[in-house]
Design a protein around this ligand. Structure first.
Ligand code: GLY
Length: 385
């Protein structure tokens, strides 16, 4: 039997893969996405924060520019998805409150606020009283806060569901199988092999396999990308009607030196995250992780004790050596990377989809994405114009 064909094959149906597939299919390109369990991994485990300001790290200026471009792109991206599908994309534009529990925590968040201000980011320092005025159920002893109006959140599970619908409506074909190998002829990627042994030929392959990207067989060793899984445990709590809304904004707290975030959803869910552990592909939820998250959440939000613990889950962030994604040419003709989004996958979904779709359409990676070429990690050819 002859191999099946598609103009484009996307490896991985997380938010990045689905959004890219949708963008390309909307341009009339024939797109097939391969994933054994679409949308079910990191994209559904995440808390969905859009946090370019509150998650800024010292010295990551190029990543900050990409993150800011993507947070700005989210509203139009969500509107387009909603107009097409008739269902919510899950965007909640609530702003974020950084909270310091004690005076040492306050010194830490003020240091970060200084840096954020030097970068020209919008932040407003608050006293403990002003912080509790914005979130009255915070612990009475909360020492200080920083209001960050531009950091929002997305109900990432809702976004996955809506992107799956958008993909279906634009004619994206989804094959529920794992890609076992990228097929090459010389230095050109020409298709993928699936776990049932069949293959699919394509003029363009997009590798959006998140933490599994480094495991794709068929790519020469020198062109493999240094993406590794970084485990995170996360909790989902339910706020009883009587206490809603427990929080009005995303809260990122530093509680006796420990970081925790609490992301409220309009329906009463409160997402609490996240641990960080280098344990390979292990996704067991450990008691110590749940303990630490609940300890820190209840320190800043004592009412946590009254909430129903609905879910504990662990996911794998696709981490890279410099915390930034890997976008664009791979060194193999016909293969583009859209991976390594680390802590920023939900945030970077709109901009990644746009950048990769434009690269497929024009053959040129947009300038904004050039700092994120795989070539920065090795001997791959640099992009030429
Ligand atoms: N961006 C949130 C996390 O990685 O836990």
């Amino acid at each position: 039997m002859a191999d099946e064909t598609s103009d484009v094959v996307v490896v991985g149906a997380g938010l990045i893969g689905l959004a890219t597939a949708w963008r390309l299919a909307a341009d009339g390109i024939q797109v097939t996405v391969c994933d054994p369990t679409p949308g079910s991994q990191t994209s559904s485990v995440a808390a969905g924060m859009l946090a370019p300001v509150t998650e800024v790290e010292f010295g990551e200026d190029e990543l900050l520019a990409l993150n800011l471009a993507s947070v700005a792109a989210w509203p139009a991206f969500a509107e387009e998805l909603e107009a097409l599908t008739g269902q919510s994309a899950g965007l909640n534009r609530t702003g974020t409150l950084s909270v310091a529990y004690d005076i040492d925590d306050a010194a830490a968040i003020r240091r970060l606020a200084d840096y954020q201000r030097r970068l020209g980011l919008e932040v407003e320092e608050l006293t403990g009283r002003q912080t509790r005025k914005r979130e009255p159920l915070l612990a009475a002893g909360v020492a200080a806060g920083v209001w960050v109006p531009g950091d929002h959140s997305v109900d990432n599970r809702q976004a996955v569901a809506t992107l799956l619908k958008a993909a279906e409506l634009t004619g994206v074909r989804i094959i529920r199988q794992r890609v076992t190998r990228i097929l090459t002829t010389g230095t050109t990627a020409v298709g993928v092999e699936l776990e049932d042994g069949t293959s699919l030929r394509a003029g363009q392959i997009i590798a959006a396999a998140g933490p599994w990207s480094a495991q794709l067989a068929g790519i020469p060793d020198e062109l493999k990308v240094p993406v590794r899984p970084l485990k995170g445990e996360i909790l989902r709590l339910r706020v009883p009607e009587a206490y809603r809304p427990a929080l009005n904004h995303t809260v990122r707290a530093t509680a006796r030196g420990f970081a925790v975030y609490l992301v409220p959803r309009p329906g009463g869910e409160l997402v609490v995250g996240a641990t960080t552990s280098e344990l390979g592909y292990d996704t067991r939820v450990l008691a110590g992780g749940v303990f630490a998250l609940l300890r820190d959440a209840r320190t800043v939000l004592p009412i946590t004790d009254e909430l129903e613990l609905v879910e504990t889950v662990a996911g794998l962030r696709p981490a890279t050596p410099d915390n930034a994604p890997i976008l664009g040419p791979s060194g193999l003709d016909g293969l583009l990377w859209a991976t390594g989004h680390y802590r920023n996958g939900v945030l970077l979904t709109p901009i990644t989809a746009d950048v990769i779709a434009e690269t497929v359409r024009t053959g040129v990676l947009p300038k904004l994405a050039e700092p994120f070429l795989a070539a920065r990690f090795g001997a791959m050819p640099k992009v030429t114009r």
